[in-house]
Design a protein around this ligand. Sequence first.
Ligand code: ADP
Ligand code: MG
Ligand code: MG
Length: 856
Amino acid sequence: MKNIYLFKESYNLGKMILGGKGANLVEMKRIGLPIPNGLIVSTLACNEYFKNQNNLSLTLKDEIKGSLIKLEKETGKQFGGSNPLLVSVRSGAPVSMPGMMDTILNLGLNDKTAKALIVKMNDEKFVYEIYIRFIEMFSEIVKGLDKEKFHEIKEENLKYGATKVIELYKDLYEKETNEKFPENPEEQVVMAIESIFNSWNNERAEIYREIHNIDSKMGTGVVIQEMVFGNLNNLSGTGVAFTRNPSTGENIIFGEYLLEAQGEDIVAGTRTPENIAHLQAQLPNVYDEFVRIAKLLENHYGDMQDIEFTIENGKLYILQTRNGKRSPNAAVKIAVDMVEEGVINKEKGIMMIDTETLPQLFNGTFEEGDIAGKKSLGKGLPGSAGVAVGKVILSSERVKEGESVILVRTETSPEDIKGMSLAKGIVTVKGGATSHGAVVARGMGKCCITGCEDIKIDKSNQFFMINGVKVLEGDIISIDGYNGDIYLGEIKLRRDEMNGDLEKVLEWCKENKDLEIRMNADTPTDVLVGIKFGAEGIGLCRTEHMFFEEEKIWNVREMIIAENKEERDLALEKLLILQKKDFKEMFVNMAGLPMNIRLLDPPFHEFLPKTEKDVNILSKYINKSTEHIETRIKELKEENPMLGHRGCRLAVTFPEIYEMQARAIIESAMESKDEGVNVDLEMMIPFVGGISEFKYIKERIESTIKKTFEEKKEKIDYKLGTMMELPRACLIANEIAEESAFFSFGTNDLTQTTYGLSRDDSVKFLGEYKNKKIISRDPFQSIDTRGVGKLISLANDLGKSVKPEMKIGVCGEHGGDPKSIEYFNSLGMSYVSCSPYRVPIAIVAAAQSKILKLRG
Ligand code: ADP
Ligand code: MG
Ligand code: MG
């Protein structure tokens, strides 16, 4: 089977086989752009290499040799010949992972080809420079040798001539590896290919894949490409540019370049480069040509591009293009602009939004009142839009999960990837806004400032100086990724309002989705937030949460502690008044949108007084001795509250609780209606496990409602349904559907009960399950489609077999998780419900899953 292709032989093979970098190079070649010749070792070869215990098989080696000969023919140059062929060997996976894997430049050099090249180019200094770079890079990447050791040798011996340095370099290589430095160009290329295959499994690549949920079975492609030289003379250079600003989304070319430099110098962030605008003055023809190609590529791919280029002696070459990583702010603006410019359609615009990073849009901005008058300590380049507050940490290893940290580094290397993913924001001293560090930060949706040369990190790595101010590790700073300002101390954040562009995107999504997006809202304030973000109803109103407020909780405690019906009725009467007030406010705020209220499901252990102080207060409140209360608490204590006396089981023993609630809900609904407010009311019974249980409670509720109607001489429509959160309920869903107006899957409890796994306790050990690769995702975050999903899908089918038009939805954390939403959409559910701040994410995810479903 064929594993290796010349660019021109692989026009339609696609990213999975060629890798993203390779596939885009091939495509650019096809449409006639200036691309140096090359070939691609496919991901198939990489996977064969892994299958073969990380060895290149003989057939594969032969194929490599054969294709190198083809490349010689195509370029008219020879490996090791008098017109020597030099190549780069570049990693390129199907999904782009900026800077995570390796690339080696200038392969093909040895003492013989170096001499030949000097004769050909008549430039000894240049040839030795690339030769020296080559040995350094090859030794570091293929053999893992320490770059610093090479740099020391160079510093001490350059005065004796470049050939001396090269000789000592090879000695060092031999000493450290017990092998001679490979002189044969083919051998160099083969070794480089193997090392790039291996870099697929290096630690930083693994971490990056985990953070971004990338399948680790794909493997990487390798591009072997003829070298062009940005360090040849002062008409040469190298650069990186985005077709639009990747931080703000503004539609102007955003890029950086360096003259007399090789590509790695910029992307690795080791030199702070020039703004691309200067290129217009320095090399106007090249600049114009670049702008033309940049627009062409953007239109061709229908997305903002991140382009790497090199100029050799006044001629422009494109070395890479890919869809550019962008901040969540930029993503929204670019989608809207490109749709309005007519470059792409709305579906494509919707698909451009990354639901993983979108939540960062709602992290907030600095509160204007709090920032006014504050002076910034210093300024860097705005690398990724957003603001962040946290304590300064100067080393990635010291960044701890769960803490708000601003990671401050001289430059970020790929080894920092884990620390970056945990930090709230990132500041680097060196590196431009196109460095890998900035690119990776934007891809993670993190606020980031780069090239802040005002900062001098102390050698001790315990503090930094910035314009005369000393900032210790652990000090709080606030950073502004919109303009690059850094402030000492905490600046208060204001949660973002919706911006106009995001509103547009959500509008398109609403035209393009089947799932209704509801919110989980327990208070009138929640409702306002959710509506602002586009919620189309309430999927879950947890009535017990209404009581978490200070005054109300005593009332609930009174009810729980009550010893008999009289005491309980007394407490319930007071609750009735409080609940009615809350419900009315919510009906008003909902203005006729559907509202699903869940009857009480109070886990006793969450509500009972825990401290002596609380017992004392309660004792005064209900006028009972503290001893009495302590005894009641002991009596009520459960061995296993998660599976104990909760949900509708409470209503079997104390029917008056749900009767009170039903009355409160119905009365407030009718009063709202009388005041001209539309009400679309659903009520649901939690934790149902059997049909007789459900019927018993339903009858009690319905007779209360009937009584209420009679008393008030008025009626109102309502639906009474059930939550599906126990496996047994799912298994007999057809029986339940006979009685229930709708189903709402409570996927949190359903996951707990299906796995037999307590969510609160699982945090202690699920991490180990992930580390040991026993599970890949936390089932409480993303629905377990194979297990829990099977129950849901079964119940969905059973329910619809009885009532084909039945409304079936999902409430619980999973309703805001894009992967889970895709799954629920595939089952044809009516709605998902999630927390108010996740509503916009769910709206986008619902539209994206519909678009994907239609595309098949
Ligand atoms: P990464 O994936 O880390 O960006 P690349 O394979 O793109 O690695 O290589 C990094 C840089 O090396 C490129 O941006 C380019 O400037 C330079 N480079 C790679 N191949 C060549 C080549 N054939 N000629 C000149 N420069 C090259
Ligand atoms: Mg690159
Ligand atoms: Mg539940």
